[in-house]
Design a protein around this ligand. Sequence first.
Ligand SMILES: C[S@@+](CC[C@H](N)C(=O)[O-])C[C@H]1O[C@@H](n2cnc3c(N)ncnc32)[C@H](O)[C@@H]1O
Length: 362
Amino acid sequence: MASNKMSQTKLEHLLKKKKGMSFSDYMEFVLFDKESGLYENHEILGKKGHFITSPLVSKQFSYCIAKHYIKEETLDIIVELGGGDASLACDLLYYLKDQNELPKQYIFFEKSDYLIKKQKSIINEKSINTIVDISWISDFKDLPSEAFIISNELFDCLPTDIIKHVPGGYQQAYINKDFKMDWKEFDFESELSFIDLDLPKDLPYNYVFEYSHAQKDIINEISEFLHRAYFLIFDYGYTSSELYLKDRSLGTITCIKNHIMDFNPLSDIGTKDISAFVNFTYLKNILCRNHWEIVAFLSQANYLINFNILNDINVNDIDELNAVKKLIMPNHMGELFKVLIMSKNMKKTDKNYFMKNDIIKL
Ligand SMILES: C[S@@+](CC[C@H](N)C(=O)[O-])C[C@H]1O[C@@H](n2cnc3c(N)ncnc32)[C@H](O)[C@@H]1O
């Protein structure tokens, strides 16, 4: 299948000019370049797009987050990082409206101009802006100082580098002008966040893994502006002890196009999504450095069950039953997808409130 021509031509030019490009720069370009990036030009989400996320599987996902928001009570601004097609926002706000628990404001923090346009049109179409004040920001300094923050599948698509453990140290992947991967020596151990990845001491040679500077940067930036907050990070991935298994030695970069997965980010350039497993221990460590406290770490299934997804579904609606099954079954999205819940300067939350809280695994 042909590549995205504009993406490939621009990339060829850049690769020649820069004499290669780190994988994170490559990923940033392929996904987010304003002219030819996948997130700026294509329908990414949904049946007609490349993949389906939890808010699109069932409204019950967003309803559970709404129930969680009501339980926390004290924050009147909700910030959603990377709001996709606004499904989560619409369903969550309708639920909160029915319960008379609307926030004062809902803020989308979004990078893609294409998706901002889409979010605005859907919010308008569904008249959500008539029930709550909605705004869009793309600069960290416009964040409020207090908020209930939600992100679903944001961290897996943030650009990442690819690193290889070799005798004597580490190497970093670069894409050369022929769209092949070259490896360059990388003084990884002197990077401040090396320790935050929590790599196993006996990591085998030639073991490949990811390291995302962008994940660290976004957490650092958010933390600078948010002084009292609750942060829900939904994504797919593992803690460090479950991620760096010996037989997962080729890294976790995953591509998806029209709902079909493959593992070669250098083919069909610019036409498929690229993401990587999230290391939740890494996110937790960076958040703790920024004075966040851990509230909970749960599989998506346990989170949704905690918020009564099983009691609130309409058992006579087969489609809804099947959708909820997809969200919670271990062989679908129930186990691989997790939620990390952190808080900053909030009243102590009762950690026992969450059944099957796996904080210990972090
Ligand atoms: C995989 S989509 C998930 C969308 C939505 N949360 C969902 O679950 O359907 C990732 C979202 O994050 C946004 N995004 C990616 N990088 C971002 C960044 N650095 N800042 C803000 N939004 C970003 C994308 O444009 C997109 O809206």
